[in-house]
Design a protein around this ligand. Structure first.
Ligand code: CP
Ligand code: NVA
Length: 307
């Protein structure tokens, strides 16, 4: 293969006629598969909201699998200038092997997936956060040896992405799932229905406004911020409503003595969880954060057909 190694291409005129023809022929051969370069899979990260764990754990997982990552923050792509998602999806599909998208509306994620043939992963929407739940279930399994039969209790905003994905994940894993939330913040009824179908009537699905009822003898206590990304302007009105659902020592004492405490992070200490519980003996929050990377590595490998 003719090498242009080390050369600049500042103008087309930097190429000789032969070199130009060589590049055009090589492009045709690469497109047809006649010439194959050593292939390293590429993950695109298109995040419209802030992220520490998801962004970094996906990137490190992909590097450790031998792949590459491209950060496609919408502010540096044409998406922020109004290029339709349908067009962006069809173009990125031609370059990338897999994409993880963090956005607001589930329907935007669906549009992207409908127009791209490559695997598209939900890296958090307002409706769901499935990658987080893979790590949460992995952590619970590490602590208790198995998932079936455990009782998982979530305290806080019942209408947010975490509550929704935990309802589905726990029901699927044969666990009892309890959502303790103010009556004005119930989970999406379609998701509760889906969880019931998954549970096949064999495990408990409870939505309650009693934190004590949810905590009684449970194995996992879980919480999340009271105002999710995009809802920051509602923080002040939400605090007094959610205060009774705080995960604190008193609540923890009502759980099974072996119970563990999880939080997807980022946390607001002394709002949804006390500093004492977060730093306490029963917290498994840092193992949970580490498991994001392992769970997503498994997800990437399997979606890319490496496993
Ligand atoms: N838990 C979680 O998804 O964290 P990030 O928002 O930092 O990615
Ligand atoms: N419910 C939170 C989860 C953050 C990981 C949010 O959407 O902001």
């Amino acid at each position: 293969m003719r090498s242009l190694k080390g050369r600049d291409l500042l103008s087309l005129a930097d190429l000789s006629r032969d070199e130009l023809q060589f590049l055009l022929d090589l492009a045709v051969d690469l497109k047809s598969g006649k010439v194959r370069l050593q292939r390293r899979k590429v993950l695109g990260l298109m995040f419209s909201k802030a992220s520490t764990r998801t962004r970094v754990s996906f990137a490190v997982a992909m590097y450790q699998l031998g792949g590459q990552v491209i950060d496609l923050n919408p502010s540096v792509t044409q998406v922020s200038r109004g290029e339709p998602l349908q067009d962006t999806a069809r173009v990125l599909d031609r370059y990338l092997d897999i994409m993880a998208i963090r956005t607001f509306e589930q329907k935007d994620l669906k549009t992207f997936a409908d127009y791209a043939n490559i695997p598209v992963i939900n890296a958090l929407t307002d409706r769901e956060h499935p990658c987080q739940v893979l790590a949460d279930l992995m952590t619970a399994q590490e602590c208790f040896g198995q998932l079936a039969g455990l009782t998982f209790s979530y305290f806080g905003d019942g209408a947010n992405n975490m509550a929704h994905s935990l309802l589905l994940g726990c029901a699927m894993a044969g666990m009892n799932i309890r959502i303790a939330t103010p009556v004005s913040y119930p989970p999406n009824p379609d998701i509760v229905e889906q969880a019931k179908v998954l549970a096949q009537g064999k495990t408990e699905i409870l939505v309650t406004d009693s934190p004590e009822a949810a905590a009684k003898d449970c194995h996992i206590l879980y919480t999340d911020v009271w105002a999710s990304m995009g809802q920051e302007s509602e923080t002040a009105e939400r605090i007094p409503l959610f205060q009774p659902f705080q995960v604190n020592q008193k609540l923890l004492e009502q759980a099974d003595p072996r119970a563990i405490v999880l939080h997807c992070l980022p946390a607001h200490r002394d709002e949804e969880i006390t500093d004492e519980v977060m730093e306490g003996q029963q917290s498994r929050i840092w193992d949970q954060a580490e498991n994001r990377m392992h769970a997503q590595k498994a997800l990437l490998a399997s979606l890319l057909g490496e496993e």
